[in-house]
Design a protein around this ligand. Structure first.
Ligand SMILES: C[S@@+](CC[C@H](N)C(=O)[O-])C[C@H]1O[C@@H](n2cnc3c(N)ncnc32)[C@H](O)[C@@H]1O
Ligand SMILES: O=C(O)C(=O)C[C@]1(C(=O)O)C=C[C@@H](O)C=C1
Length: 265
């Protein structure tokens, strides 16, 4: 990133009252450091998105990055695909995030078609797309709004298109979940967060980030019409799924990539 990025110290001093977490200026300023130290596998997930696009995206298709923050998903795709291979629209509610996303894209991928628009992903008028990414965004929507958003994304996807959904998750078994959360806190401590920071952030995220189970995600995706859902990544209580929209005739996604050779049969 060329933009200035600060170390996340938002919860490093004791607060009388911990306010609910929001994507304000303070978070924007330290966001790259925050996600790197707080989301297990964040860099690996981003890296894989470029590979998934290479494999599944029709040449010239449109891509949505919903809840794009600083535009990291678009930059990952731009790192793997040629400028004419896709056009991406990043959507976010936060003007401060979008301003930095635009500036970074301009510097780091000037020839790629990366646009950023302010909007609520629950209300957007979606255009037909070959790939839609929700990288740690659905978890911030009120649970009652999630089914409708996923159903609209299914409708917006072209046959053969993919939805990539990365989320913090909760395990249905209480003991398993407690273990995962404790190890997640170990992960945060190892990345330099103090117990106080971990505890205050946890309070700030209560009723703001409400994780679903993997089974809830899978059921929602299937109810929306996705023929196949694969959990391709999990690291502690963070996971990423890819959901495939079938092509007409019932076949699931085929590769858009021609470099891997033809059908061996
Ligand atoms: C954890 S961040 C996403 C990180 C980003 N996708 C990445 O890979 O770096 C969640 C983002 O979702 C945005 N957001 C939350 N609710 C939204 C909504 N209803 N519509 C659009 N954006 C939303 C927030 O402003 C925030 O930037
Ligand atoms: O810090 C945590 O506890 C998190 O859950 C990490 C998480 C996320 O999953 O989106 C929460 C808020 C920030 O946007 C960055 C990361």
């Amino acid at each position: 990133m060329t933009d200035a990025s600060y170390r996340d110290a938002i919860f490093s001093t004791p607060l009388d009252r911990v306010a609910s977490f929001s994507f304000d200026e303070q978070v924007v300023a330290c966001f790259p450091d925050m996600v790197r130290r707080s989301i297990p596998g964040y860099g690996q997930i981003l890296g894989m998105l470029g590979l998934l696009a290479e494999r599944h995206l029709r040449h010239g298709a449109h891509v949505y990055d919903l809840g794009c923050s600083l535009g990291a998903v678009g930059l990952s795709l731009a790192g793997r695909l040629a400028p004419e291979a896709f056009a991406l629209t990043g959507v976010d509610l936060s003007p401060a995030m979008l301003a930095r996303a635009r500036a970074t894209a301009e510097t780091e991928a000037p020839r790629h078609q990366l646009a950023f628009v302010e909007g609520d992903i629950r209300e957007l008028d979606y255009r037909a797309s070959g790939m839609i990414v929700l990288n740690f965004t659905l978890q911030f929507l009120p649970p009652a709004d999630r089914d409708a958003v996923i159903a609209r994304l299914f409708e917006a996807l072209e046959p053969g298109g993919i939805l990539v959904l990365s989320e913090k998750i909760v395990a249905p078994d209480e003991q398993e979940n407690a273990w995962l959360v404790e190890r997640y806190h170990d992960f945060k401590r190892a990345n330099g967060y103090s117990d106080m920071e971990i505890s205050q952030k946890r309070t700030a995220l209560e009723n703001v980030l409400m994780p679903d189970t993997l089974a809830q995600h899978q059921a929602r995706l299937q109810a929306a019409g996705f023929a196949r859902v694969t959990t391709w990544f999990q690291y502690l209580n963070f996971a990423s799924m890819v959901a495939f929209k079938e092509r007409a005739g019932g076949t699931s996604t085929e590769t858009a990539d021609t470099s891997a050779g033809g059908d061996p049969a």
